[in-house]
Design a protein around this ligand. Structure first.
Ligand SMILES: Cc1cc2nc3c(=O)[nH]c(=O)nc-3n(C[C@H](O)[C@H](O)[C@H](O)COP(=O)(O)O)c2cc1C
Length: 196
């Protein structure tokens, strides 16, 4: 069984729910399974260590997860049009993996959630792709052969999966958003299987 790492940060649950849909899509590809992992929060003014295991949800990611998985899907809520600091903090500590080429040639994709429709989904997705390119990943998006991409009234973009949580911050993806998230997971898994 080959695994795809679905690595995300989520505070309110929107990105976490999208991660589960992406994991479902990965599991639909024969011989592929998802490995769900998250990153600890960061604090600017303390050095209190995060507990080794999160209270709920996915376990914290380890460097070995990157080495062991055959693909990677990165998820983060939008923070002023960019990825959130906890995910960026994790990525900024991947110097050894960059030097040793741990991710070179592996397929990778991105997903996000915003409160507002035009609040920066695409810029956030692109911001996650920049470090993935430095690490030598093969970037995977969602092609327009997914018909829902042309009709969605919420999230779902060619740059990656997404959800619009609205001003009430509803974490539940719409049917279209969930379908496109599964399609992205499936596609990363299919590309990983072909590249293996
Ligand atoms: C500091 C901060 C900055 C944010 N910046 C944006 C933004 O630029 N555009 C937007 O639409 N939503 C923004 N949001 C809202 C979150 O992206 C949105 O609520 C998202 O669905 C949360 O995902 P989560 O439930 O996985 O944490 C921001 C939220 C916070 C706390």
């Amino acid at each position: 069984m080959s695994e795809i790492l679905v690595l995300y940060y989520s505070r309110g649950g929107s990105v976490a729910k999208l991660a589960r849909q992406i994991a479902r899509g990965i599991g639909e590809v024969e011989g592929m399974a998802a490995r769900l992992r998250t990153v600890p929060p960061v604090a600017a003014t303390t050095q209190v260590a995060a507990p080794p295991v999160p209270e709920d949800g996915a376990p914290y990611v380890q460097a070995s997860d990157l080495a062991e998985c055959s693909g990677l899907v990165l998820g983060s809520p939008t923070r002023f049009g960019n990825m959130a600091a906890p995910l960026k903090h994790f990525i900024d500590n991947l110097g050894a993996e960059w030097a040793s080429g741990t991710l070179v040639g592996k397929p990778a994709a991105a997903f996000t959630s915003t409160a507002t429709m035009h609040g920066g989904q695409e810029s956030t997705l692109l911001s996650m792709m920049l470090p993935l390119l430095h690490h030598g990943c093969v970037i995977v998006g969602i092609p327009y052969t997914e018909p829902v991409l042309s009709t969605t009234r919420g999230g779902g973009t060619p740059y990656g999966a997404s959800h619009v949580s609205g001003m009430q911050d509803d974490p539940q993806p719409s049917e279209d958003e969930a379908l496109l998230a599964r399609a992205l997971g499936r596609r990363v898994a299919q590309v990983a299987a072909k590249l293996a």
